[in-house]
Write a protein of this length. Sequence first.
Length: 307
Amino acid sequence: MGGLEMSKISIRFYNDREVRAVWDDQQSKWWFSATDIVRAINNEPDYVKAGNYWRWLKRKLTDQGIQLVSVTHDFKFLAPDGKRRAADALDTECVQILAKHYPNNKANAFLDWFTYSENSIDGQSKKKAYTLWESGLMDSIEVGTTRGLQQIHGYLFGGLYDFAGQIRNVTISKGGFTFCRAQYLHQSLREIDHMPDDTFDEIVAKYVEMNVAHPFMEGNGRSTRLWLDLLLKHRIGRCVDWSQIPKRDYMAAMVLSATDPAMLHGLLQGALTDKINDRETFMKGIDYSYYYEQEDTPEPNRKEGNA
């Protein structure tokens, strides 16, 4: 299996460090970049230093009789200089072995995160998002409508939330901002459905209004970003390369967008790509979309009952 090219990639984020993975169709498992794991655990900004540490650690573990057999797999990851280079990769079992035998206790928190990221609601939902694209089901979703957004949300969170795909009937707020009040929500969504969406400017305006509406109790951002990409794809033959938009910039732009969408407009326009059918672009987009939600902010507060 040496030199196996990437057929599907995934990017997790630990303390804002990328942990890249490659899907192995033959064995139906993920392989994780060993250098990325070391870089994340050590909080090391320098890829070269992280790579040197990994080579030292691999020799040390081998001398102790701890064999990480997965490192013989020769995957190619995108390097900082833009070129794909062969790199050691570990499967899930070997990642856990590495963490348990790490020279310091920094790996304990990493192992907790690694296990949680696979089994959490977000982890399960992200797998559903991959499948939504891989299966071709995205092509059956209504474009630019509330119903289409409900279809996406229902697929991502079906079996995970009992309200998957359902419009909320309570008012919610987050970070001090109150989203569209429940008693006005259905009327607001009808108005959004009738907004024009033929140009990029119109699409961004519609996206901003749908975010202000925030029709679900949870999972709005992850669903609406997919909804936006589907709309861009069908209307103007573009989608967003979300990996080009830093999390802090995106979150700041979304906060401002209700009163001034200029920053959001600029970020989205600068990240547009015509790779609308490219698997890697879409998979990275999912990873970054879920990464945006990994922040230390409270869950939406339920403020009212039916109104």
